[in-house]
Design a binder for this molecule. Sequence first.
Ligand code: HEC
Length: 158
Amino acid sequence: MKTVATPRSARAPGLFLALGLLCLGTVSGPVHAEGEATNPAVRERMALMKDIGRNLKSIADMVQQKAPFEGQAAQAAAGTIAADAERIPAVFKPRESDPASEALPVIWEKWDDFVAHADKLASAAKAIDATSAETLAAGFRPMAGACKSCHDSYRMDD
Ligand code: HEC
């Protein structure tokens, strides 16, 4: 007996919050691996991810109503995420390691799938429509989902 409708709009902040937290764990939480990476190639890919993380957070804060909705800023952040996502294959291509890295070796064993995950994020970020808080929220879920699905397979657990 289905009497309860499933909320699927911006009026279900709990859902977004859950996704946001899963995705943003390393943005605001403690760093999993000890210390800073010293390998420049690893530093570069971590810096790229941090930039993606910062931009996603600025959108997540609006979606979760922790920050006022600002369409232009959200659209710009989505554009940065799309551009960053397109750089993921290039910065991850060299099979570099560092004690501080959270990248799993399976990245280079399933390279095409890894790249497909990066493409998925780029597409989701390009699809963001920040005309209103509602359209932004609708696009946020698939975008945050793209972070999580790649992290689930290719990054160490927090
Ligand atoms: C194609 C796969 C992939 C996608 C998509 C992806 N990530 Fe990552 N992310 C990784 C990997 C792999 C690492 C670990 C890199 C390392 O430590 O060498 C990582 C690390 C991070 C880190 C930690 C950086 C650091 O300095 O330790 C943050 C923050 C992050 N990602 C945020 C995001 C956000 C937010 C999204 C979505 C908007 C996202 N990522 C999408 C693969 C991905």
